[in-house]
Design a protein. Structure first.
Length: 248
């Protein structure tokens, strides 16, 4: 049986590791060809996508660099064809509370986590309009509501990404392009562990209604649904996939 995303081309920023890698694997498993833009090599993701039989392209791209993302979009078109799905997943976490965050750290967080999704969206909008079922899916965070104190620049940037999601949805609806966000809770990735601790994960489980650690595939399934025709009438929404930590 053909997958829900057969014949589509999906771009995943930050798809070399963690949640982005699992999103790439899942979208490929559902039939999409995959392009990855990441500052780090995507060799592991390439292998996972190869196992699904889908086509794969990746390039070293800093999503905060407008020229680089525009060059990448042109290369995706020539390697895989016009894009149908853009997943803005690349982000950095620079931990500091308001007393200690430097302006440089604040700016860098916004450059990658907000400018990045804006620039990638802009670069791929012509493709998405052409698609007939274009999708932008932004990976945001339930920390926007829970606001853990050391995440000053990160939480603020995710708030801006939520705003970008709403306004892009309004801009693109007439072209049958939907724009949504998936707000994850604390997800077990190497990066999240590096930024926190095992104790932080245990505390996160305590405040969730679902009493287990959230894994990358708890996010990728929601992304695959939003990318599919089943979600054609959903736009401008942030789907909170956090085990209920913001609904206690
Ligand atoms: N892990 C969590 O607990 C959690 C929770 C909520 C939301 N999220 C969000 O999920 C996404 C992925 O998080 P993760 O935990 O998998 O992190 P990660 O660090 O494993 O993945 C981020 C990827 O983005 C890439 N990247 C970083 N800066 C880049 C840049 N300038 N240009 C291109 N690529 C860049 C990295 O190389 C990496 O491959 C992020 O948007 C993050 O904010 C994560």
């Amino acid at each position: 049986m053909a997958g829900r995303l057969a014949g589509r081309t999906a771009v995943v920023t930050g798809g070399s590791t963690g949640i982005g890698q699992e999103i790439a694997r899942r979208l490929a498993a559902e039939g999409a060809d995959i392009a990855i833009a990441d500052v780090n090599p995507a060799d592991e993701t390439r292998k996972l996508v190869a196992e699904t039989g889908r086509r794969f392209f990746s390039d070293k791209v800093d999503v905060s660099d407008e020229d680089a993302i525009n060059r990448f979009a042109a290369r995706v078109r020539s390697e895989l064809g016009s894009a149908d799905i853009l997943v803005n997943n690349a982000a950095v976490v620079l931990l500091a509370d308001a007393d200690h965050v430097t302006y440089e750290e604040w700016r860098r967080t916004f450059a990658v986590n907000v400018d990045g999704p804006f620039l990638a969206s802009k670069a791929f909008i012509p493709d998405l309009k052409e698609s007939g079922s274009g999708r932008i899916i932004n990976i945001t965070s339930s920390s926007y509501w829970t606001a853990p104190p050391p995440f000053v620049s990160y939480v603020s940037a995710k708030g801006a990404l939520n705003g970008l999601t709403s306004v892009l949805a309004a801009n693109l609806a007439a072209h049958d392009v939907t724009v949504n966000g998936v707000a994850a809770g604390l997800v077990r990735t190497a990066a999240a562990l590096e930024n926190t601790s095992e104790a932080f994960f245990e505390q996160a489980v305590q405040v969730q209604n679902i009493k287990r650690v959230q894994m990358p595939d708890d996010v990728s399934g929601v992304v695959a649904f939003l990318a599919s025709d089943d979600a054609a009438f959903i736009t401008g929404q942030i789907i909170v996939a956090d085990g209920g930590s913001t609904r206690r």
